[in-house]
Design a binder for this molecule. Sequence first.
Ligand SMILES: Cc1cc2nc3c(=O)[nH]c(=O)nc-3n(C[C@H](O)[C@H](O)[C@H](O)COP(=O)(O)OP(=O)(O)OC[C@H]3O[C@@H](n4cnc5c(N)ncnc54)[C@H](O)[C@@H]3O)c2cc1C
Length: 604
Amino acid sequence: MTVALSPEHRAASVARMAAEPFDIVVVGGGVTGTGAALDAATRGLSVALVEATDYAAGASSKSSKLIHGGLRYLEMLDFGLVREALTERGLLLTRLAPHLVRPVPFLWPLTRRLWERPYVGAGLLLYDTMGGRRALPRSRHLSRTRALEVAPALRPDALVGAVQFYDAQEDDARMVACLARTAAGSGAAMATRVAMVGLLPLTPSGRVTGIRVSDLLNGTDLQIGARHVVLATGAWTGAGVGSAEGELQVRPSKGVHIVVPRHRIAMDVGLLTRTEKSVLFVIPWGEHWLIGDTDTEWPYDAGHPAASRADIDYLLAKVNHMLREPLTADDIEGVFAGLRPLVVAGAGRGGAGADTTKLSREHSVDSSVPGLSVIAGGKYTTYRVMARDLIDAAVRDLAAGSGGTGTTSGSAGGVGAVGAEGAIPASRTDQVPLAGADGFAELRAAREQLASSAGLPVTQIDRLLGRYGSDVTDLFDLMARKPGLKEHVPGSGPYLGAEIVYACTHEGALGLDDVLSRRTRIRIEVRDRGAKAASHAAELMALELGWDGSRMAAEITGYHELIAADLAAESMPDDRSAFEAATRHVRGAADSASPAASPAEPTS
Ligand SMILES: Cc1cc2nc3c(=O)[nH]c(=O)nc-3n(C[C@H](O)[C@H](O)[C@H](O)COP(=O)(O)OP(=O)(O)OC[C@H]3O[C@@H](n4cnc5c(N)ncnc54)[C@H](O)[C@@H]3O)c2cc1C
């Protein structure tokens, strides 16, 4: 059943949280937390999830948006991680989220004449075959002439040939909202703008009994009783909300992307190219290219990762090395920065002193405190495995009744054993399509009829199907009732009024930033960062969310402050000055509800 994440659903969820004890409380509404809520709910456990800001407000809306095995990890001989990620890629493409995840072709330009082609070719052959049954076309070798036909934007002297291969991509923030809806449809109580502020008193034996939270919409405090608490707080892990967060430590690593118009780079494919420390992606994204990313340690507040001028200059220099017509800062439409929650202590390679590019992308689950499990690390692509391992750990603890099981790494969770131990079923999320997946193929086959019955161009139907899947019929009903919502929102690019309204009525959006940054991607896709669209979107939201004039004005002002913060940071030479500029602008702005807002000092 698909549930609407409406304001009424949030109110009912918060009321349940205050009244009922739950089997599991999940803290954090990124891809890992929403995935964990779905995993637990579909095992028949009672679940609540609290998110301090908005679904996907952390790293889960700032990724490269690739569902991939990670060719880089193949080179690091991390075969287990690559195989696992490719298996998940196949599942998402075919069964779980075929509406949200789509194939994307990439070119890997070769620059050295002799050894590189067999080396890259062998790696890609392995990549083609590792993930089990093939969901994507195989890689193929291209001569320089053929590569330049496919990618005329490339400088002829920048390559001697190329290999073309396939990976997959999605809109990361939308997929999290979809996971949240799917979890709610399975019975989970879900609420954003609810921050965990601490643990409830432990039992005499030291067992966690629940969490204390603050409802940031009205400033009230509540207590949520739980048999087990799971923390999926990404880069905030260890920020001190739980007095006992186990042994996991994360070292946030900042990644920055720039967004440029599609017409500025004449290519039919994406591009992957090596940099000194890592790789650079040029990824097709609707009418845009995403170019990223960077990988540098971020010692400041996790709530405000900021891109500096140095990050932007670095990305422009790297991509321009390949292009006939170099990009300039004037081509940039949007910029975004996120933090990878890389694990330092416990399992995983690397340590406190290691370069962040060398730290493992595997995940770790720590269950050393009875009644509490903490997860960190991992990749978006493997969210389902992470969620399964986290809930497996919780179930083991529930079955044991007390005591933790230590730290496990990667996919060490014994799924079968959990079922046997606790009489709680093993994870079944590999069988649970996300909201909008069922019926998607049939609707896509009927796209032309849909276009004529909805009175929209086929291109718009394709775009909507790729964002909503079969739930697009809800939007058609809405537009049939209110034909004005078929209009584009001025200053928003392709987005329709109906999408803004639907974000509030069905997708849990509570503020202007939720809609412009995550339910739509106006903040990174439109050159003015959504400044013009803000007032139009706010008017539509006000009707749905009951905002009065002053609330609407505050939302618009808050959003403009966020844009000003981004722009101020982007003009600064380094991370410290970018962070200071960004935080100066957002003090008191709409996203100041971000967890663990902290002073302008490095946290390590
Ligand atoms: C630049 C970059 C590029 C990437 N590219 C890819 C890619 O292409 N493919 C891929 O597979 N992976 C990629 N990743 C990795 C991936 O994005 C992350 O591993 C993943 O999104 C982490 O999700 P999460 O849910 O664990 O953390 P987050 O998404 O950060 O979620 C944590 C949530 O916890 C909430 N929270 C924190 N404290 C509290 C509290 N006290 N109370 C309530 N809520 C709280 C936060 O508000 C936040 O929403 C990339 C990461 C980055 C940074």
